[in-house]
Design a protein around this ligand. Structure first.
Ligand code: HEC
Length: 188
């Protein structure tokens, strides 16, 4: 009987010492060490935004995002190869750095996501939420639906907090002056 009591008492002491406090500390560490900008940078990296939105430089390991033009979209001065109607019938075509794509929807150009006036410099957080989660062009209520290959459907369930963190990171980037062309409608 005594042993059982001892075990119970020791158990209670260990429990009260450990569980609630450890949880508190863990929670505090998570919220205090990662800033929204760092979280946003992490999300942009793992969600692959650079794949389409960053012009690339060629490296021995293949194309890599160009740090000088990070997330600035399809470069306005780039000339696309001539449209090949026959190939376009059965393939989705990308330019070399994946910033432009041609398919049944026409040709679309990845947007400038840097905080320049030609990018998202004048956007509000609400606009950005609407663009990323509801696929609305420029985040406008009556805006057209964003075209493929922008995978906004896959971002619809992102918590608003994460989308705000992505916006904070994008706002911290170097502004790049680059007017991305409007999409070209399907060419029959
Ligand atoms: C597979 C390619 C691809 C990926 C990956 C991608 N995008 Fe896009 N994105 C595009 C294209 C192309 C457009 C332009 C679509 C259009 O004109 O309708 C676009 C448009 C946008 C727009 C709307 C811009 C405007 O002017 O309305 C935002 C905002 C955006 N992308 C943010 C992101 C973010 C943030 C990520 C990563 C979480 C991301 N995109 C990942 C290709 C991509």
């Amino acid at each position: 009987m005594r042993t059982i009591l001892m075990v119970l008492v020791t158990g209670c002491i260990i429990w009260s010492c450990n569980s609630p406090k450890t949880k508190e500390i863990e929670k505090e560490e998570v919220t205090s060490t990662v800033t929204p900008i760092e979280r946003g940078k992490y999300l942009v990296t793992v969600l692959g935004c650079n794949d389409c939105h960053s012009p690339k430089t060629m490296t021995p390991n293949g194309p890599a995002p160009d740090p000088a033009r990070l997330l600035s979209g399809f470069p306005a001065n780039e000339i696309l190869p001539p449209f090949d109607a026959e190939t376009a019938k059965s393939y989705v075509l990308f330019n070399m750095d994946l910033t432009a794509a041609t398919g049944p929807w026409g040709t679309s150009f990845a947007a400038n996501l840097t905080p320049d006036g030609t990018g998202i410099g004048n956007w509000s957080e609400e606009q950005f939420l609407k663009a990323l989660k509801q696929g609305k062009w420029m985040g406008m209520e009556g805006g057209r639906q964003l075209l493929p290959p922008m995978p906004w459907q896959g971002f619809a369930d992102l918590p608003d907090e994460d989308v705000r963190a992505i916006f904070a990171y994008l706002k911290s980037l170097k502004p790049v002056d680059n007017v991305v062309p409007l999409p070209i409608p399907p060419r029959g």
